[in-house]
Design a protein around this ligand. Sequence first.
Ligand code: F6R
Length: 617
Amino acid sequence: MCGIFGYTGPRDASSILLDGLTRLSYRGYDSAGLAVVDDFRHLSVRRAAGKLDNLRRLVENEPVTGRQGIGHTRWATHGPASNVNAHPHTDGTGEVVVVHNGIVENYALLKARLTANGHQFFSQTDTEIIPHTIEELLAEGLPFEEAVRVAAGRLRGAHAIACMHTRTPEMLVVARIGNAGGIAVGTGEGEMLIASDLPALTPYTSTAIFLEPGESAVVRPEGFELRTLDGRPSTRALRPVGVSGGAAAKGGYKHFTLKEIHEQPESAMSALHGRIAFSQGKAQLDEMLLPLTDSEVAALTRVVFLGMGTSVHAGLVGARYVETLARVPASAENAAEFLHRDPVLDRHTLVVGVTQSGETADTLQALHEARIRGARTAVITNVPESEATRAVEYPLLMHAGHEVGVASTKTMVNSMVVMYLAACALGLQRDVLSTESATRCVEEITRLPALIGATIETTERDAEEIARRYMNARRFLFLGRGLMEPVAREGAYKMKETSYIHAEGMSAAEIKHGPIALIDHETPVVAVAPRNALYEKMLISMSEVRARDGKVIAVATAGSAEVAAYADDALWIPECPPLLQPMVAVVPLQLFAYRTADLLGNDVDQPRNLAKSVTVE
Ligand code: F6R
């Protein structure tokens, strides 16, 4: 949610800033801007509403020069995505310039005070009060870096800022306030960079540090200095930056999202790799064991998965895996709602965050709260260095590889793979899953990559044809039962976020209690009905829809003869064990949503109004 990138060194800053912002644009892409200070201490600011290309074109037409700069890619919180609301923002003197990620919770109060002191504001953003606050502190005689620290200390909320002053060329000052809003400093050869996330730094630096909450850094080409916001020096070792974050390529696919859907057999394999072993014909899952003793595991009374959006859908499946395989009561919840309802927790509850980005503010805060209340904590994430990995006792990596498409696809499947393995390991440790059953479960999941591959092959063309038939629908309903209910929810999510067609996902058992009123010949219903214990119940729901003129698109097991009588169209998946069905059945729904969105001409990789990392509450 908003990307910050900065450079100070011997090279021309603007092209490096544009490159860094390109790598961060998954964090927000409704507008972007950059500011550069030249050798004569002249500040140039360029800002453009819309995608980053608009800024790139603006900088081509109105070039800026300078060897020090900060840039920003925005996801609007205060004020629409316009040129004037795009960052960077300046103070009244035009000498201080700031970019910001997060929300200043007390900005109205600060703005009122500044306005009373004669400051004028031009944007509707909360951010603009930051340079003006720094300006006041400079007028009181504080040096720039101290003014930034004191100003940061006055901001409530969770965020990161990067600031420059024309009078201190070569120096960037960054600060981190609160838990969300990560910001890293990376060291290069005679140059230094700052970025919201490590993948943006990898082309330039081999080592970096993330600022801790309540910390600031003064960054110059030759090095950087860390201090707490109240001015005490702090030190920490630099960490190597992985090389995996380089520019991703579409590899011949029209969109990253399509490429990532196709990568799922391989990414699922990565999640399994090194975690399962067979010795004497029995599965070994030592890699997946929680850092809990046998007696702590035996005393577990509850497992709660927390996440947002697609990650909650994965969590709903994970909860079913835990109940089925480890026989512990389990549930999944929206992390934001959990956080604010004073939950009952104790050390016999295991709270598992699910967050592919490892940065989602709601999930991080809920994990933090769970830890304070004494629960045991784990997280399933795709980003090894992320904040989430540091917030819990036990981070579990999903190993999906970099996901560029804003709509999660392969990370959802990999979350479920990790949950399945962890539930098997927990079941074994609790002695409720026999070694034979665990071995069978593990053998079954080794077939997952092939099952997903076969599903893509069979449903790819059908998904496009069906999408062509229904792309003008005003709304969709997605129905499922049991493990397919979260899959139906996810199908609806993918459809609405990429195609902008209203879609709802729910239990098929629910419709006759209300939503059936929506059914008419213009409301296609996607019924996720692979062969399992609830298959026949799904057939009944499908016939109820058809009896009301609704069109049914089934996701069903190949060879299910009954489906032809109950559905107008079908996406066929291979026969697979019931516990694997969510990881397989979600794939045709991803393809269906993708094709619908693409046929409608939408930007599938960066759907409107969204961002890949939601670092604000
Ligand atoms: C939907 C999607 C979002 C995320 C949600 C949580 O396709 O990607 O709903 O699932 O914002 O994100 P993470 O998993 O990064 O916490």
